[in-house]
Design a protein around this ligand. Structure first.
Ligand SMILES: Cc1cc2nc3c(=O)[nH]c(=O)nc-3n(C[C@H](O)[C@H](O)[C@H](O)COP(=O)(O)OP(=O)(O)OC[C@H]3O[C@@H](n4cnc5c(N)ncnc54)[C@H](O)[C@@H]3O)c2cc1C
Length: 581
């Protein structure tokens, strides 16, 4: 059974009062630099500032004032007078590969949400096309997150996020079983500093009981027995058994592969650049690979969801990008904190707009520390800043002081696609009828993805008649990781295919057989990073220093291309310039 988010009834009448009041508040707080007005069924924020954070704060104030009063959301039409953000990255070529295509459904975006939706749609006899502008799926937020399947600690019942997180979390065991993706539901420990009165623990416990998040109180002894390396300033804690961990890019790739297995087409290097709408209908979608004529468009474009909505004449929400930075520690540090743990107060600062992060034990037994939350006008800047890494590290050292920066092997940043309402937008278009939005999917979007996909498919099926796909196969066979097999099975595998006996990545124990398998999957993979995301070659301590060149050679041979053409990732990332001897 599924439950839709509760949407409180709109308060009709008196609109002038609240708009005037909001403008007064904006005037008082921001010196007259911003105003709001209603347009059709949404609210528009206007004005200008060279301070991006100020624009975001004005947006929050306006969105809060508009709560329950309009059908749409806040649209940010302010002018940012600081350094203009970079335009959307698009593939550097054009062809006609998709010219004239007439799919039933065009899904825009190959993140975890778009790929989960594409797979869900293949449960029906529908012609599904997924367009992803990057050279692979999961190259944006869906590979740049913490991989936590959240229990839902900081969500409120008034938000769609709460309900989707709840259903998504519950679906994870089944989904990961079907897609053969490693998933560990080992729970999450929230530790309380000794100086915090125990009464607070019981008060917060009541709150989580009310939210329906299973939990258990642990005294200091019990907590330290499970996590002996916790900071000595910590006392008792709460355990949340429904928390889990998944590899987010493995899951996204698996969703895409299973969608393809079941008949969907995934078109990489395909950017949606414009749309033609007539009345309230999208008639055509322009891409760098030709014009497509879908019956329904699904908007799963992450930080660019607002841009897609605008192309469709359905812009009634805005995205304000919020960057988060994470560090990954060497596997040797893994045993320091064996399970996901965080510390109250460091993790749940008021208004922080992050789940607070923590010390996360990944499914591959690295520790991941982070993230922070920094508002930015840049949607695709994945630059990592020293201050972010230090801030996150200092915060997480309150959970265990045995962690130190020398254990870091790599770091990364991801950008959350937040709306000013800080909630998901999962609905049919407000003004354009044949678009369905899965927008504003910030954290816990990874957790919620299975549930979002189910509901988006239902919304699509309200518009197109389709019969169930009797051939739908939910099982996606994974690439075998020889090192994890029992000895007898591994020996048998090597006997049948000696490539599995040649270890090329010593850090992660990845064989030549696995690399070749990654290059022969239903979803094309032709770059060093693509292989890395699929079989973890180069993910270890040496970060590909030893195995990277060997992987490049295998790619060149397998694809029949010169070594100089092998790319690290997308177009223009060729690794070698030419022969030196
Ligand atoms: C630092 C960080 C930590 C997080 N941690 C967690 C966590 O632990 N648990 C959790 O549940 N959630 C977490 N999240 C949130 C989660 O990662 C996201 O909610 C989720 O990945 C969103 O998926 P998506 O498919 O909507 O977006 P994306 O993965 O960004 O996918 C959107 C895709 O659309 C493509 N696209 C955009 N425009 C176009 C176009 N015009 N044409 C074609 N393609 C286009 C993009 O290239 C991109 O691949 C975290 C997020 C961040 C940033």
């Amino acid at each position: 059974m599924w439950r839709a988010a509760r949407r409180p009834p709109l308060q009709v009448g008196g609109s002038m009062d609240w708009i005037a009041r909001t403008n007064q508040q904006l005037g008082e707080r921001f010196g007259g630099r911003f105003t709001v007005r209603t347009e059709r069924e949404h609210l528009v924020l206007e004005g200008e500032s060279g301070d991006w954070q100020e624009i975001v704060n004005a947006g929050f104030l306006a969105a809060k004032a508009a709560k329950h009063k309009i059908a749409g959301c806040l649209v940010n039409d302010t002018k940012f007078t600081g350094k203009p953000p970079a335009p959307m990255r698009v593939p550097g070529f054009e062809d006609q590969a998709l010219e004239g295509a007439r799919p039933d459904v065009l899904v825009v975006g190959g993140g975890v949400v778009g790929c989960a939706i594409a797979r869900e749609l293949t449960r029906w006899k529908l012609d599904v096309l997924l367009a992803e502008k990057e050279c692979d799926v999961a190259l944006q937020t869906s590979s740049r997150n913490d991989g936590m399947v959240h229990p839902g600690l900081d969500l409120s019942k008034g938000k769609q996020k709460y309900w989707y997180n709840r259903r998504g979390n519950a679906a994870y065991d089944r989904v990961c079983d079907e897609l053969q993706v490693p998933f560990a539901r080992e729970g999450q420990y929230l530790c309380f500093p000794k100086k915090v009165p125990t009464a607070l623990l019981y008060i917060t416990k009541l709150y989580w009981n009310y939210l329906g998040v299973p939990n258990k109180v642990l005294g200091k002894k019990a907590l330290f027995r499970i996590l002996p390396n916790l900071h000595p300033d910590l006392g008792c804690g709460l355990y949340f058994p429904t928390a889990g961990c998944v590899c987010p890019y493995n899951l996204t790739i698996a969703y895409a592969e299973n969608a393809i297995q079941n008949g969907a087409m995934v078109s990489l290097d395909t950017a949606v650049l414009g749309m033609e709408a007539e009345g309230d209908q999208i008639k055509a979608v322009r891409t760098n690979r030709g014009t497509i004529y879908p019956k329904v468009v699904v908007n799963a474009a992450g930080v660019f969801a607002e841009d897609i909505a605008k192309m469709a004449g359905d812009r009634f929400f805005s995205i304000h990008p919020r960057r988060g930075t994470n560090s990954i520690l060497d596997k040797k540090a893994g045993p320091i904190v064996r399970y996901n743990a965080s510390t109250l107060l460091t993790g749940h600062a008021k208004g922080a707009h992050t789940k607070g992060g923590g010390v996360i034990q990944t499914v591959h037994h690295n520790l991941l520390l982070g993230p922070d939350a920094v508002e930015t006008p840049e949607k695709e800047s994945f630059a990592t800043a020293r201050e972010s890494i230090s801030t996150v590290f200092d915060k997480q050292r309150k959970t265990s002081d045995k962690l130190h920066q020398g254990q870091i092997i790599t770091y990364f940043a991801g950008v959350r696609a937040a709306t000013f309402e800080e909630d998901f937008v999962i609905r049919r278009g407000l003004y354009t009828k044949n678009i369905v939005h899965a927008a504003g999917i910030q954290s816990p979007g990874l957790t919620a993805a299975p549930a979002i996909a189910e509901d988006i498919a239902k919304l699509v099926l309200e518009q197109i008649e389709a019969v169930p796909n009797g051939d739908f196969d939910p099982i996606r066979p994974a690439i075998v990781h020889a090192a994890e097999l029992p000895e007898a099975e591994r020996d048998a595998l090597i006997a049948s295919n000696p490539d599995y006996g040649v270890i090329l990545c010593r850090c992660e124990q990845v064989s030549r057989g696995e690399i070749l398998a990654a290059l022969r999957r239903p979803l094309p993979c032709d770059s060093v990073d693509g292989v890395k995301r699929r079989v973890r070659v180069g993910m270890g301590r040496c970060q590909g220093g030893f195995c990277g060149p060997l992987v490049a050679q295998i790619i060149a041979k397998e694809l029949g291309i010169p070594l100089e053409q092998v790319r690290k990732s997308g177009a223009g990332s060729e690794i070698l310039l030419g022969a030196t001897k």
